[in-house]
Every structure is written in structure tokens, then in C-alpha cells.
Design a protein around this ligand. Structure first.
Ligand SMILES: NC(=O)c1ccc[n+]([C@@H]2O[C@H](COP(=O)([O-])OP(=O)(O)OC[C@H]3O[C@@H](n4cnc5c(N)ncnc54)[C@H](OP(=O)(O)O)[C@@H]3O)[C@@H](O)[C@H]2O)c1
Length: 336
């Protein structure tokens, strides 16, 4: 057991769900502390029926801490994590900063749990939310028919941009309906009644940082650098849950029936695929759930070995908090 545990970024969109999961899933520990920025220091939060005071994230806050589950911005993770590991803390990190470091495993327990034991730097990264749901769905297809190419378009909820993203949708929608002006806190354009075809900064070949995560993280988790990915990431005015339209090309043909069978057998996947009866995954019904939902499974009309489907998952849960807590639980069960 990790006796002393810290939740870093405990006041954020992901951190709040981590607290909920640690409580509901009865994660074992002896002591727990909650860390955030100095703006939140002294704030009281409720956990397991008791009041706890938020402490400031400082290097010495990790003295005696065995395990930290962290969800902070990238630059914060860059700075504090070496201080934590120097003090012997194992960190499970939600940020994007450490994910592509070759000495940092990038883990989805249903896909590559054993990698968690290879944390040479004392850091385990949890993937980007849009990557996690994609890889959980693609994994059984890859194992059966070897995925050569993925074309993925995302429809990403505002909660993926943290609490400020949710405020921009809620306040922006109210303002738009009242014909009032609203200046977004974090989005470059109004998100209410709009779609933003850029998430993250512009990187190579016209792709954004968010899109390239879908390429490089997918390859790292599946351990296959030959997989080609063409990603488009779009922010949509949905409160919570990312949706993805996915097309995979496989070496061996996978029929719709076989795909349904493979998805159904995959741990962490729930198939909702009955279009005739209007049954398919939607953010509205997947929010608050821990699985990855797959539906609209179709044979591709343009490639012989192509399969098209629709994937929805709660980005704050399986895309972030649930995945991190599952990593911690796996380590508890399988030795550190
Ligand atoms: N949202 C998602 O769907 C999702 C999914 C996967 C991964 N992630 C990643 O998870 C991380 C957190 O995302 P979020 O959505 O939870 O963001 P958020 O709602 O903005 O929360 C950020 C958290 O980090 C803390 N923080 C910010 N600056 C800090 C500093 N300088 N020192 C200490 N603590 C600081 C905040 O504390 P204060 O409240 O005190 O400011 C807050 O607790 C990000 O790296 C994000 O990319 C998010």
C-alpha cells in the first residue's frame, strides 16, 4: 500500500473527479493531502465526509509522500515533478509534459498495464483524453487484424479545457441568448453555438499539438511506430465527453460482425450499436461513466479493409481521472 498519498491539482476539473473516485473506489491509504496553486491555499474541500484544507504545491509538500496523482498544467508538471521524485514520490501525471519521454511509461491499464512497472524516472504518464478513448477502441482491432492507418476526427467537449472551458460555454451561451457580449477566458473565439477547428498550438505540417498527440501517443502506447494517423481535432459546444469519428484500415479484413465481437470482448468498452433503434453513444448518456462507448460500426465504402465507427467517452473520467486511478490501483494489486 502507498501509505501517504497526495492529489496535486485537487481543485481542478480532473482533480475533483480524482477525489470522487478515490473515495468511491475505496482507494487505500493512511494519509492524504490536497495540493493546488497558492490561489487556493487554505480553501476547504470535502473528502470522505470530512473537511480538508488545500495546501500550496511546494517541493517540500512531497516529503514523506509515496504516491502523487497529479493534474496540473504542463509547465507546473515540468517544474514540480522532479522535486517530487527527488523526494521518493511516484507520480502519476495527467499533464502532457512527460508523456513522450522515453523513460516515462504512457499507460492505459486495459492496453499496456505492465509498462507501469518501467517508471525509471518515478513518473507514469496518463495519455491525452482523446488518445485514451481512441486507443482503447483500436486495441482489439490491432491485435486481431493489425491496424495500418487511422483517420480520426474529434468532437471535443469544453471540459477538456478545464474549469475555464466550462465557464466559457455556460457564460457564453447565456450571453449569446441574451444578445450580450462575452469575452472567453480561454477560447480564441466564442464556443457557444460554434465549432473551433484548432485545439492547441500550430505544429508541423499544419497539424496542432492536440492532433499530433493522437499520432505520437497512439504509437507509443500500442508500441507500433508503423501506424499512420491522420487526425483532426475540433472543439464543440458540448459540456462533457469527447466524441470521435474513426476510420481504421487493417492488414486483415475485419467484418462489422467480427468488429462488434472484438469491441464487446475488450475490457473497458461498451458497445451501443443499433442504429435502426437509434442506439449509439452520445455525450448526453456517456457523461459520468468510466467506459469507452463504441457504435455506428460500418464497413468502409472507400477501402477494402476499412472499418468506420463512432467512439464516445467521458474525457474527465476514462480520459483522465479514471485512467490515473486505475493505474494506481493496478500498481497496488501488482506490486510497485
Ligand atoms: N480536462 C480534461 O479532460 C483532461 C483530460 C486529460 C488530461 N488533462 C490534463 O490534466 C491537467 C489538468 O487539467 P484540468 O482540466 O483539471 O485543468 P483545470 O481545471 O484548469 O485545473 C488545473 C489544476 O492545476 C492547479 N494549478 C494550476 N497552476 C498551478 C500552479 N502553478 N501550481 C500548483 N497548482 C496549479 C489548479 O489549482 P488552482 O485551482 O489553485 O488554480 C487546479 O487544481 C492538464 O495538464 C490537462 O491537460 C485534462
Amino acid at each position: 500500500m502507498y501509505e501517504n498519498v497526495a492529489v496535486v491539482g485537487a481543485t481542478g476539473a480532473v482533480g475533483t473527479i480524482i477525489l470522487d473516485l478515490l473515495e468511491k473506489r475505496k482507494f487505500p491509504f493512511e494519509t492524504i493531502k490536497f495540493l493546488a496553486s497558492k490561489h487556493s491555499t487554505g480553501r476547504i474541500i470535502r473528502f470522505k465526509g470530512q473537511s480538508h484544507t488545500i495546501e500550496e504545491l511546494t517541493p517540500d509538500a512531497f516529503n514523506g509522500v509515496h504516491l502523487a496523482i497529479a493534474s496540473t498544467p504542463d509547465d507546473t508538471a515540468r517544474d514540480f515533478i522532479p522535486e517530487a521524485t527527488k523526494r521518493g514520490t511516484l507520480v502519476i501525471d495527467e499533464s502532457g509534459y512527460w508523456r513522450m519521454d522515453p523513460d516515462v511509461p504512457l499507460v492505459i491499464p486495459e492496453v499496456n498495464a505492465a509498462e507501469a512497472k518501467k517508471a525509471k524516472k518515478g513518473i507514469i504518464s496518463s495519455p491525452n483524453c482523446s488518445t485514451t478513448q481512441l486507443v482503447v477502441a483500436v486495441k482489439p482491432l490491432h491485435d486481431y487484424g493489425k491496424v495500418k492507418r487511422i483517420i480520426v476526427s474529434t468532437y471535443q467537449a469544453v471540459s477538456g479545457a478545464g474549469l475555464a472551458g466550462t465557464r466559457d460555454l455556460e457564460n457564453g451561451s447565456r450571453a449569446a441568448l441574451d444578445a450580450k457580449e462575452y469575452h472567453c477566458e480561454i477560447f480564441p473565439y466564442p464556443i457557444a453555438f460554434n465549432c473551433l477547428p484548432q485545439i492547441g498550438s500550430l505544429k508541423e505540417k499544419g497539424y496542432t499539438s492536440e492532433e499530433l498527440k493522437l499520432l505520437y501517443e497512439t504509437r507509443k502506447i500500442l508500441g507500433d511506430d508503423a501506424i499512420q494517423v491522420c487526425p483532426t481535432a475540433v472543439r464543440v459546444p458540448v459540456a462533457n465527453c469527447h466524441s470521435e469519428s474513426v476510420l481504421v484500415e487493417t492488414e486483415k479484413k475485419i467484418s462489422v460482425e467480427k468488429a462488434r465481437e472484438l469491441f464487446a470482448a475488450m475490457e473497458g468498452v461498451t458497445v451501443m450499436d443499433d442504429t435502426e433503434n437509434k442506439i449509439y453513444p452520445m455525450p448526453h448518456i456517456c457523461t459520468g461513466k468510466d467506459e469507452v462507448f463504441v457504435g455506428r460500426i460500418r464497413e468502409d465504402l472507400s477501402y477494402d479493409n476499412g472499418l468506420a465507427f463512432w467512439v464516445v467517452s467521458d474525457n474527465l473520467r476514462k480520459g483522465a481521472a479514471t485512467n490515473a486511478v486505475q493505474i494506481a490501483e493496478w500498481l497496488q494489486r501488482n506490486g510497485k
